[in-house]
Design a protein around this ligand. Structure first.
Ligand SMILES: [Zn+2]
Length: 329
């Protein structure tokens, strides 16, 4: 988990900077208040002086400590009351000289005792979103609408569009929490919800602490060719491959739209072999059926997908068109 480790170090460094900034903000505020309200500085100096004096008296005559303390507390209360009066008259918060941390729970350390603070957990979730390449398109399951699917009977599935999508939806939800669930092969025309549902799965799994990596097939294969032919620094692709291995879920979107070469077939085969051996999940979405996969990639790849994946057929009315119609109405 090399990349996650580096990322965690970066988060800890951010906390360091936030604490430093919080202390600097406090210094500035205190300076400003002392400049504008010199009486406040005088009172604070007086409080410090009295404290030192009290301490000195107690050291000399410990038997009288109670008496000294009472006397000190009385003077302190009077000074604090005066200070509070001046501050509130001038609209300055009474706690102006305290360090204001972004997170009051962990004081910007990331930890409450030994437990990770909720702000730390949120940072890790954001980091996963960043790493996934899906940040801009993440959705929650409850945003998924069945309204775009009709009650039209589909003979090949022996059910209606709506019944079919409901089954797929339940499988998608189960997939997020069931370690034994097979990988998913989403196929069907454009705009039937494949990418949307993939993004719901991705978000749920990331929120549950898993690493998800998303790539479109075309960018995956073109990056691979650039790497093979030395067109781009090789570290970039090596890193991408490394992250794909680490991720608990890999999403390959729009398989079949890319220009195919012997290299892409080889890479796809390599990725499938590696993830199936590691029992790690994949979602492939495509508008090709298994016959198409066979023809475009190879029988071997098609048969691996057939064995290791649950094949789900998305049918429906084009959701994007439907949304436009609804908007214009
Ligand atoms: Zn916190």
């Amino acid at each position: 988990m090399q990349y996650m480790d580096a990322a965690l170090r970066k988060i800890m460094h951010e906390y360091d900077e936030e604490r430093t900034a919080a202390r600097a903000r406090r210094e500035e505020t205190v300076e400003k208040v002392h400049r504008e309200l010199p009486q406040i500085k005088e009172i604070e100096d007086e409080i410090n002086r009295l404290g030192m004096e009290n301490f000195g008296k107690i050291i000399k005559n410990p038997e009288k400590s109670r008496e000294y303390n009472e006397e000190f507390e009385k003077k302190l209360a009077a000074l604090n009351a005066k200070k509070a009066e001046i501050l509130s008259k001038n609209g300055v918060p009474l706690d102006y000289n305290e360090v204001k941390y972004k997170c009051e729970k962990c004081l910007d350390t990331g930890y409450e005792d030994t437990k990770k603070c909720s702000c730390f957990i949120q940072k890790i979730i954001n980091l996963r979103y960043d790493m996934s390449n899906m940040k801009e398109i993440l959705h929650d399951f409850d945003e998924f609408s069945f309204d775009y699917y009709s009650d039209k009977y589909i003979e090949s599935l022996d059910m209606t569009e709506k019944e079919n999508i409901k089954i797929i939806f339940e499988k998608a939800k189960d997939f997020c929490v069931n370690d034994e669930a097979k990988s998913l092969f989403f196929y069907g025309g454009c705009g039937f919800g494949k990418t949307f549902l993939s993004s719901c799965i991705a978000k749920k799994m990331m929120d549950d602490g898993k690493i998800v990596i998303y790539t479109s097939a075309s960018s995956l294969f073109s990056d691979y060719e650039d790497y093979k032919f030395g067109k781009k620094p090789s570290e970039e692709f090596v890193l991408k491959r490394e992250m794909m291995k680490e991720a608990e879920l890999l999403i390959i979107d729009d398989l079949g739209t890319e220009v195919i070469s012997a290299f892409s077939v080889q890479l796809l085969n390599e990725i499938l072999t590696e993830r199936i051996a590691l029992k790690k999940k994949i979602i492939i979405s495509t508008n090709m059926n298994m016959k198409g996969i066979s023809a475009k990639y190879s029988d071997r790849i098609a048969s691996r997908i057939y064995e290791a994946f649950e094949i789900l057929h998305f049918v429906g009315t084009d959701i994007r068109v439907q949304k436009l119609i609804n908007k214009s109405e």
